[in-house]
Design a protein around this ligand. Sequence first.
Ligand code: FEO
Length: 146
Amino acid sequence: MLSEKMQDALNAQMNWEIYSAHIYLSMAAHFSGAGLSGFSTWMYAQYQEEMFHAMRFFNYINEAGGHAKLGTIDAPPYEWKTPLAAFENALEHEQGVTARINDLADLAIAEKNHAVGIFLQWFISEQVEEEDTVGDIVVFTPPTNA
Ligand code: FEO
């Protein structure tokens, strides 16, 4: 059972995960065009992960008696000055995702919705890994293409 407020919040996150996917897909295209196929492949894998995240929300909302509602997805950026700029953008984006997941977890606590809280625990752990993975790449990516 989902309150209307909770359903809206879960739907917003589902759509944000799709937006996240589009950012990574856009980065994959950017790196492909720059001849950096390794980076492009890595970004494409992130795109697939984000769509998997979105589908976790989609399925959960429907299973919990709600209605997964697809919304308008903003166009992502499509070019970055350097590979480092793209990975810094990715890290900043993931930190924002973490904040959104934490806000959702706070809402679950406020509503005493323990089922949603348990559902969100997977995402709380996943965000630690996501920030760590892209953070490591930021550390080791030189500031220019040279
Ligand atoms: Fe679905 Fe990278 O957060």
